[in-house]
Design a binder for this molecule. Structure first.
Ligand SMILES: [Zn+2]
Length: 76
């Protein structure tokens, strides 16, 4: 798919690392499946991946952890 950020690159399947900060909790999620622009590096996450990220964030915030680093779970 064409990249919406730079309009010249192509977003190809891959993985990315994302950080989320909320309510004093910082999450570093590695190996998150995404489409990555081969030109500018913009990443695009699928709706189901975003929902899973949101679930992880909420769990971490609820447990009051300050910093969480983990590999993204592979859901099959
Ligand atoms: Zn791009």
């Amino acid at each position: 798919m064409k990249c919406a950020a730079c309009a010249t690159g192509e977003a190809v399947p891959g993985t990315t690392t994302i950080t989320v900060e909320r309510d004093g909790t910082t999450l570093l999620l590695k190996a998150v499946p995404a489409h990555i622009c081969d030109d500018c590096g913009e990443d695009y996450l699928d709706a189901e991946v975003l929902a899973e990220v949101e679930r992880i964030v909420e769990t971490a915030v609820d447990s009051g952890v300050e910093l969480l680093v983990r590999d993204f779970p592979v859901s099959r």
